[in-house]
Write a protein that binds this ligand. Sequence first.
Ligand code: UDX
Ligand code: UDX
Length: 466
Amino acid sequence: MSDKQYVKNILCIGAGYVGGPTMTVIANFCPDYKVTVVDISRERIDRWNSDDLPIYEPGLKERVLKARGQNLFFSTDIDRGIDEADIIFVSVNTPTKTFGEGAGRAVDLQYIEKTARRIKASSKSDKIIVEKSTVPVRAAETLSKILHSGNNSVHFEILSNPEFMAEGTGIHDMENPDRVLIGSMDTPSGRAARDELIKIYERWVPREKMVTSDLWSSELSKLVSNAFLAQRISSINSISALCEVTGADVDEVARAVGKDSRIGPKFLRAGLGFGGSCFRKDILNLIYLCEHYGLQPAADFWQQVIAINDFQMQRFVHRMVAAMFNTVADKKITLFGFAFKPDTGDTRDSPAIHISKMLLKERARLWVTDPHALNNARQDLEDVEGEIVYEPDPYKAAEGAHAIALMTEWDQYRSLDYRRIFDRMEKPAFLFDGRNHLDHQALFDLGFNVYAVGKPDRTRFNNDSQ
Ligand code: UDX
Ligand code: UDX
């Protein structure tokens, strides 16, 4: 393999949710490029090299198997990877700072900076550096300053190429993107670097979908895209609260509103609020930027998107407790789903984490079931006090429960035998659908008291005994 001649060597630093799948897709479409993914975590790399990949994403495994060992390699030898690379994608995590100035808002850039220093130390030839991680505006400038500091004859050209894929549909999104955004300096070397990246993407992305811009606009566009998506979710969730008290149905409202072609139907699903590694973090970053530049009203506007998201989770728990006669203490509550969305095992910032903590504070006994996220759930709740049981089988998880609360809209939860589940639950049996995913009328007909987001309660207390 090592003798094989490749057109170019691509390196990706960071073998996470973004780096791993992106490089797999590139390796599949560009068999003549050598693609190496490196990470500081040996465990992650070992899993990328095994049958048990570190992340679950539909379609990923077959694509990894197709290219791995041919032109796709996973390694912990970061310095050698850097030395050999022509193009380096930086895909390390950029979490929210937990300490010092800007804690809880600003992005913690330490991994980006460490990566830049390592690239500088191990580079003997010119390279293109691609920011794949979501970064604050003008992060490319910081990167460039570090890379070109001191006595260094090597030239680094920095590009911004944010990733817009969503988890669970990551492979599909990368293979059929709405757009590929590439930001570069408007200099001859900047344009040449940009064209190198276009050469890769044009193997499978039509030219009209490539959007080129300056670096700062590209960096900001990523934050703004996520902020706009999250803002739509908070908008509809704020209306769901109003629906619950007025007797309107939020899905009907979303359908009517979404028919306006200026508004459009997507991202108007009311639910428990948004989770995932990006939305909260990127909005916080945007808020920090606005505040940094003295734009407090703009910062306050975006802060409200987060406030509504938190409100939505609190409302859900409040409704549960109120419905269950104002106490859930010592009651068994089964959570259907824990991932922040279906078709992924990822639980980062999942509403289920926040809701579990609130329910445990109320002293509920929690049983958690999820087809792919139980290991992550266990880690998320490991320091939380209270009774928590993790059970892969939803039937077992719901046995003897007072209530089921649906957190994640996994397909399989629609086709469960709810009669069987109902028969084995405590009565009155409660079902709280946090994602408006189930057939509420059918569940009500079986005997459940059903509470769905943004919809009137369907309870049996006035018309029927259990
Ligand atoms: C994504 C995006 O890239 C980022 O923009 C966003 O801010 C967070 O989500 P993701 O791939 O989901 O990152 O993160 P993660 O799954 O945590 O992967 C990052 C990887 O980088 C980890 O495997 C980590 O071990 C690795 N890493 C981190 C390094 O290899 N070197 C470092 O210095 C730091
Ligand atoms: C998001 C962006 O969609 C993607 O472009 C970016 O690259 C990364 O961040 P992701 O977090 O993987 O992707 O998932 P997404 O499908 O956007 O869902 C995020 C959260 O919003 C989930 O918790 C989901 O349940 C919630 N959501 C989404 C709603 O509550 N209602 C909706 O209508 C849509």
